[in-house]
Design a protein around this ligand. Structure first.
Ligand code: CO8
Length: 258
């Protein structure tokens, strides 16, 4: 993959690792980050060697929000005509699982970016918040919707209306964070989880992600029907035959992603 101005990109085995890299601005998300991140994710999504993706920031900040310096001069007509922030939705269209490894600040757009990932592993020093209200605006990249679905209305209202931050322990209790680890273990833990995902049947992994994501969009009856059809369709794959044969033969499965 080409070099990026705002990201560091590498692969570790069959895991794609993307590190936000604007240290002087606490990884504030500007249009270059959006363009490059979209491009990097699209590239990993299309790379048959990659089975899962980790998105990380620095120890001090996953991302301290949308770039306020870039947004400050924007007027309504430009924001509307350019569909300001609209391009970020491409992140959520990634089909392979993305784990957000969050250390330090995940504020505003940074919290929203973490929530676009499939789950969040947080370091003990992580701080989550939607402080847009303190700037005279509101969340613009899913904070009012994904946060409410993740933590419920009461806590989402508290965070969005007051702009206060919550620490990793509160975020885990509220259901925003899947696991908390020490800051030193964060990247290792996220890479291990991603490697575990990448070692499973690719088609089953993508269907699992798709099915869980539909839970936010469908009625229970529709969701259960979709899940059952996806489950049944996996019996057409060689990986289902291999996975179940390996269990019977008490050995590790050798998935071929077919
Ligand atoms: N945008 C631009 N620059 C930033 C941002 C930001 N969001 N956050 C920090 N920086 C810059 C600072 O300006 C500073 O730069 P400089 O040295 O040139 O002055 C540098 O990063 C270091 O920051 P601080 O000196 O402020 O560091 P502190 O440790 O004192 O404070 C904080 C850290 C508490 C995180 C503080 O920087 C802060 O409050 N930042 C702003 C947080 C915020 O309000 N975020 C929400 C932004 S609005 C938003 O995200 C809208 C969401 C809509 C969707 C976005 C899609 C991307």
């Amino acid at each position: 993959m080409q070099d990026f101005e705002t990201l560091l990109i590498e692969t570790r085995g069959d895991v794609g690792l993307i590190t936000l890299n604007r240290p002087k601005a606490l990884n504030a998300l500007n249009s270059t980050v959006m363009r490059e991140l979209t491009q990097a994710l699209r590239s990993f999504d299309g790379d048959p060697q990659v089975g899962a993706i980790v998105l990380a920031g620095s120890e001090k900040a996953f991302a301290a929000g949308a770039d306020i310096k870039e947004m400050q001069p924007v007027n309504f007509v430009d924001a509307y005509l350019d569909d300001l922030l609209g391009g970020w939705e491409a992140i959520a269209a990634t089909r392979k699982p993305i784990i957000a490894a969050v250390s330090g600040y995940a504020l505003g757009g940074g919290c929203e970016l973490a929530m676009m990932c499939d789950f969040i592993i947080a370091a003990e020093n992580a701080k989550f918040g939607q402080p847009e209200i303190t700037l005279g605006v509101i969340p613009g990249m899913g904070g009012s919707q994904r946060l409410t679905r993740a933590v419920g209305k009461a806590k989402a209202m508290d965070l969005v209306l007051t702009g206060r931050m919550m620490d990793a322990a509160e975020a885990e209790r509220a259901g925003l964070v899947a696991r908390i680890v020490s800051a030193e273990r964060l990247l290792e833990e996220a890479l291990e989880a991603a490697a575990k995902i990448a070692s499973s049947s690719r088609v089953a992994v993508l269907m699992a992600k798709d099915a869980v994501n539909r839970a936010d969009e469908l009625t229970l009856a529709e969701g259960l029907r979709l899940e059952r059809r996806l489950f049944q369709s996996l019996f057409a794959t060689a990986d289902q035959k291999e996975g179940m044969a390996a269990f019977m033969e008490k050995r590790k499965p050798d998935f071929t992603n077919r």
